[in-house]
Write a protein that binds this ligand. Structure first.
Ligand SMILES: NC(=O)c1ccc[n+]([C@@H]2O[C@H](COP(=O)([O-])OP(=O)(O)OC[C@H]3O[C@@H](n4cnc5c(N)ncnc54)[C@H](O)[C@@H]3O)[C@@H](O)[C@H]2O)c1
Length: 341
């Protein structure tokens, strides 16, 4: 079996050319065989800069000719949905940026289409691959903290005028990170504020399947230059604090908590910080933030080396929570997440 996966990429706009394509040369398993964008100049520029042999302006033509083993998608939600369905129906696994669709129905259609075609997909929840978040998960898996008793998720970004867009484009990352660390939500109650043009905030209280409780504060009262992200999680007899997926502080009765998966961890009291000593290319953020990790995982999953994670099913679960928050904002009532359609 080959040790590289023949992968194509559709979408060569801002985010993909800044954060995603630059990772590919550093992923040994990722063989970029074709690039597609509706805009020929963007497709050709990305193909030339990132080493794909051919550029296309039509996804179907690319799939027919290049015969990729998997496809990455980075467009707007309607593109993820439509092009995702086209790939999945052909039995081709996809990795797509978030959100997977504009609404829950679209996200569920992707899950069902993948199942029917016997294939699978991943969604770009790179926070699961950010170093400190991954180590936090490893620590939780050690059982040292016991079940999660509470989680607080905070995110501040630049301006948004609509609750739905703020939740779809930024909130979804924190919701997915919250599920990654603390598991499924059961009920939620949301309050919203729109205090001036472009400045809005949503505060959500929720209960967790594991018996704990949580809070989400997502707002557009911050800046785009430097977004704000923190997670505070408690178990029993300790807790952890995450800063932007980069720093992890563990408050624990144990001295050393994890191997760190090759990363340097240090500290001899009860608090730990992941090393900032990540030199060269890695310090530019692509590795730290998780972009490299999510794309490498996709390539390895296509090769059958690992199971897909941050799946289309996760995307649909996150979208169900978003629709639940919007329903609670509209009705002023609590919502049972499993009942949201
Ligand atoms: N995870 C993150 O940190 C992060 C950060 C920024 C953006 N994003 C996501 O990235 C996505 C793209 O954002 P962007 O700012 O790069 O947008 P963009 O508009 O700059 O890029 C999208 C590109 O997709 C192309 N496209 C659209 N339909 C297509 C089709 N059918 N076939 C081929 N190409 C097609 C467009 O021509 C465009 O070049 C968004 O969904 C956004 O949520 C994620």
């Amino acid at each position: 079996m080959s040790d590289t996966a023949r992968l194509a990429f559709a979408g060569a706009g801002n985010h993909s050319t800044q954060a995603l394509y630059p990772c590919i040369a550093q992923i040994p398993e990722f063989d970029l065989v074709a690039v597609c964008d509706l805009d020929a100049a963007k497709a050709e520029s990305a193909a030339r800069r990132f080493g794909a042999p051919k550029a296309y302006t039509d996804v179907a033509a690319m799939l027919d000719e290049a015969q990729p083993a998997g496809v990455c998608l980075c467009g707007m939600p309607d593109m993820h949905h439509a092009v995702g369905l086209e790939c999945l129906r052909r039995g081709i696994p996809v990795w797509m940026e978030k959100p997977p669709a504009w609404d829950l129905a679209g996200a569920v259609e992707l899950v069902e289409t993948a199942e029917a075609a016997g294939t699978w997909g991943m969604v770009g929840f790179m926070k699961r691959f950010a170093q400190a978040n991954a180590i936090a998960r490893e620590y939780l898996d050690s059982g040292e903290l016991g079940p999660v008793s509470s989680i607080t998720l905070m995110h501040g970004a630049g301006r948004y005028n609509e609750f739905r867009r703020m939740l779809l484009f930024n909130g979804i990352h924190m919701i997915d990170l919250g599920r990654f660390l603390a598991g499924e939500w059961v009920t939620l109650h949301a309050f919203g504020a729109q205090t001036s043009a472009g400045t809005q905030a949503i505060s959500v209280s929720f209960t967790l399947e594991c018996g704990g409780v949580g809070q989400l504060n997502i707002n557009s009262a911050h800046t785009w230059q430097d977004t704000f992200e923190q997670v505070y999680l408690t178990g029993s007899g300790g807790g952890l604090h995450l800063e932007s997926g980069r720093d992890l502080e563990v408050i624990s009765q144990k001295r050393r908590f994890a191997e760190g998966r090759g990363l340097e961890t240090f500290g001899w009291s009860s608090r730990y910080t992941t090393s900032h000593n990540l030199s060269g290319w890695f310090s530019s953020g692509h590795h730290t933030k998780g972009y490299w990790g999510e794309l490498r995982h996709f390539a390895r999953a296509v090769l059958g080396q690992v199971e897909p994670v941050a799946t289309l099913e996760d995307g649909a679960r996150d979208m169900r929570i978003i629709e639940g928050i919007l329903q609670s904002l509209e009705t002023g009532r609590s919502v049972v997440v499993a009942d949201v359609r």
